[in-house]
Design a binder for this molecule. Structure first.
Ligand SMILES: Cc1cc2nc3c(=O)[nH]c(=O)nc-3n(C[C@H](O)[C@H](O)[C@H](O)COP(=O)(O)OP(=O)(O)OC[C@H]3O[C@@H](n4cnc5c(N)ncnc54)[C@H](O)[C@@H]3O)c2cc1C
Length: 391
């Protein structure tokens, strides 16, 4: 069975997928219909506005999309990682980079689910599952991105509060967000061992959402520059142990990087399918663009790369669903999938000719949206560092 693929794609990628059970496939179908009916029609407006409104986040909550992975006792659906993965695939196939739901549900929620105490889970997770609260994670600073241990945002204990000063940049959901998992230094002299995580309510005095930065792609996702001036964060908002943040960050980056790969693999499939359709319709020199040997050869490469990526990614998803994917393999999946994705999208855009470069045509959008995947969740150079160290 290859049921997540259309029949056209099944003809091109013939190795059957065995990852998903019928309930996952049903969730994927429901997600596809929801996106087509309620999200895709508004995308152009949201791109112009630079963000997805809160009302759309609540609709995502209503249909149960935000609660995948959040246990039922905290308002979620308690589903497994495969449910999240199939939802991300559907977003990718629809060419939808926003809302940044996988960041909210697939990256930030697990910090609370796996590392939060009971009070923290009760305070945030039900409202995250319903879409009332939008979540973000604040690691990157103007002077430290790849070198995460060099963050300077400082949290100093003062009675039953931490006083936070500093800034963050490029924070997804940073404008629309109500909660940020904030990476701070509680003991700067200890470098990585002095990192802590705070659950910060973005409405606290001194918390400033300075600007929504303009980007090359992912235009409906808000990406913020943030400043913190003497923000008093209650001490009970410490996530995990003081100075224990680094270990938590490293463990959660496995899922974050795999989710990038999940999106990339499905994006390649969507691009292949739409490009084959296009070249079979488009005429040049009295025949179809598909009839040029060059077109078939280029698409044969794309189909082969996409098939190899699908098999590797499914294996990584399966391992992660069992709790067995390690940092090294997650880095490989992020590195390989995003390099393949850029190559595939570049070829597919080329075969569309000038139409491919138009913003209102999906291949151009996919190309622009995907480029950041080699940069965030750790750049691909950092992935090579991680992989290379173990060789
Ligand atoms: C659209 C978007 C959304 C983002 N969302 C978030 C978010 O929600 N939260 C968040 O915290 N961050 C977010 N980021 C930030 C992102 O994670 C960083 O941009 C990324 O980690 C790279 O850091 P940097 O930009 O400081 O680049 P730098 O670290 O300055 O890197 C510059 C170049 O140097 C290379 N380099 C650095 N170190 C090494 C090394 N050791 N070996 C070889 N090459 C090296 C890099 O690979 C890169 O090519 C987002 C970024 C973007 C663009």
């Amino acid at each position: 069975m290859n049921a997540t693929h259309s029949s056209e794609l099944n003809a091109m990628l013939r190795l059957p997928r065995t990852l998903y059970a019928p309930e996952h496939l049903a969730f994927g179908d429901a997600m596809r219909r929801f996106l087509a009916a309620e999200i895709t029609p508004h995308m152009q407006k949201w791109e112009e506005e630079g963000m997805v409104p809160k009302s759309a986040w609540r609709r995502f909550g209503d249909v149960g999309a935000l609660g995948a992975g959040i246990p039922e006792e905290y308002g979620g659906a308690g589903e497994d990682f495969l449910t999240l993965a199939i939802a991300v695939e559907e977003h990718a196939r629809a060419g939808m980079a926003a809302p940044a739901f996988e960041l909210h549900t697939g990256i930030v929620a697990p910090y609370l689910v796996r590392h939060g105490n009971e009070a923290q889970k009760r305070a945030w997770l039900p409202r995250m599952a319903s879409g009332e609260v939008v979540a973000s994670i604040g690691m990157t600073e103007p002077n430290s991105g790849s070198d995460l241990a060099a963050v300077r945002t400082r949290a100093v204990r003062d009675g039953d509060h931490y006083v936070v000063n500093g800034s963050k940049i490029f924070i997804t959901n940073g404008i629309v967000g109500d909660l940020v998992v904030l990476v701070v230094k509680t003991a700067p002299e200890l470098k990585a061992k002095g990192v802590s995580l705070l659950l910060v309510d973005t409405s606290l005095p001194g918390y400033r959402k300075a600007r929504n930065v303009k980007k090359v792609g992912n235009k409906a996702q808000d990406t913020a520059e943030l400043f913190f001036d003497d923000v008093r964060v209650p001490a009970h908002c410490l996530l995990g142990e003081e100075n224990g943040g680094w270990k938590v960050l490293m463990s959660e980056l496995v899922q974050e990087r795999l989710l990038v790969a999940v999106r990339a693999a499905a994006t390649c499939e969507a691009a292949l399918e739409m490009t084959v359709r296009w070249v079979k319709e488009r005429q040049a020199f009295g025949g179809r663009v598909f009839d040029f040997q060059n077109t078939r050869f280029r698409l044969a490469d794309v189909a082969t790369q996409t098939q190899a990526l699908r098999v590797f990614t499914d294996r990584c998803i399966d391992l992660h669903a069992r709790g067995e994917l390690d940092m090294h393999s997650a880095a490989m999946s992020k590195l390989y999938s995003t390099e393949v994705q850029d190559s595939v999208l570049d070829t597919c855009m080329q075969l569309h000719g000038g139409t491919g470069y138009m913003w209102d045509y999906p291949i151009g959008r996919m190309w622009a949206d995907a480029r950041v995947h080699r940069i965030y969740a750790g750049t691909n150079e950092i992935m090579r560092e991680i992989i290379g160290r173990a060789l």
